[in-house]
Ligand binder design. Sequence first.
Ligand SMILES: NC(=O)c1ccc[n+]([C@@H]2O[C@H](COP(=O)([O-])OP(=O)(O)OC[C@H]3O[C@@H](n4cnc5c(N)ncnc54)[C@H](OP(=O)(O)O)[C@@H]3O)[C@@H](O)[C@H]2O)c1
Length: 300
Amino acid sequence: MSSVRVLDVLDAQRWLVIGSAGMLGQDMVAAAATAGAQVTGLDRPVGGEPGIDITNYAGTAALIVDGHYDVVVNCAAWTAVDAAEDAEGPAFTVNAIGAAHVARAAATVGARVVQISTDYVFAGDATEPYAEDAVIAPEGAYGRTKAAGEWAVKANSADHLIVRSAWCYGAGGTNFPKTMARLAASRDVLTVVDDQQGQPTWTVDIADLIVRLVAAQAPAGTYHGTSQGAVTWHGFAQAVMEALGSDTRVDPVSSEAFAAKAPRPAYSVLGHDALRAIGVEPIGQWDQRWAQAAPSVLGL
Ligand SMILES: NC(=O)c1ccc[n+]([C@@H]2O[C@H](COP(=O)([O-])OP(=O)(O)OC[C@H]3O[C@@H](n4cnc5c(N)ncnc54)[C@H](OP(=O)(O)O)[C@@H]3O)[C@@H](O)[C@H]2O)c1
């Protein structure tokens, strides 16, 4: 379902989107506004401009209480996965303590809180899609901090929606398709790992799903906001070349060839039964959504 078809369902609800300058935050502000909400977007203060720092409870609570919001979406996070390995404390401060602050402040004013989480909370060693209630067992620092954020939100607000996504791309951020497009402009051959599977997901689709969950008054709980189907990074890179009309060849390689600091889940495929159980349509198949997204994401 597109945002256009849910136009005005939010009927002048007051929404706060935190992390509004980020890749998902930008699309979240747009989707909520298109659906009829009065939206305020806040991000970290820059150059004397007003902003929000979720690691500061007093400031966060004051902004949330003063705004009389119905819904608070926390898109703010420490998202530097490799850097988190050497900075787990600072990452935890944003991803767990900051999430707790947002949820606690939202709860004090009766606002619904939406927390964005990640496939990295899972070990990535499954052979079938992870259910929403599958055991959490993060392998790296980023995943541990995001898993703690999920618990923190549940502990501080009964009225929470936790939306896990993965392999995100959008027009307003740095991401895999844009990196592939940049490399393809100067190379005849790219090598891309083909032993990690996941669900490339457009941030426009995550934002639209969050609007639909709120509009449907979804029960509090954890939902998976990823595309359906699955592909390897190598397969996704080939789809990016196709969208670009590029002749650059994409060769498969094992992830051992790329020495990343943080471990990557080999199998990041999430199931969507919780959405279906409440009659909310999951995001579509990854390849169909990519075909729709590619022009705006790649600026074609
Ligand atoms: N990207 C993915 O593939 C992916 C996959 C699964 C889940 N997610 C989750 O999706 C959510 C959105 O991710 P994204 O890709 O849109 O991330 P992003 O582009 O890095 O945006 C995050 C935003 O949060 C801001 N922020 C960081 N610390 C903050 C603080 N203390 N107070 C207020 N704002 C702060 C950042 O500002 P600065 O730029 O100044 O730090 C940035 O604008 C995150 O929860 C992430 O964990 C992302």
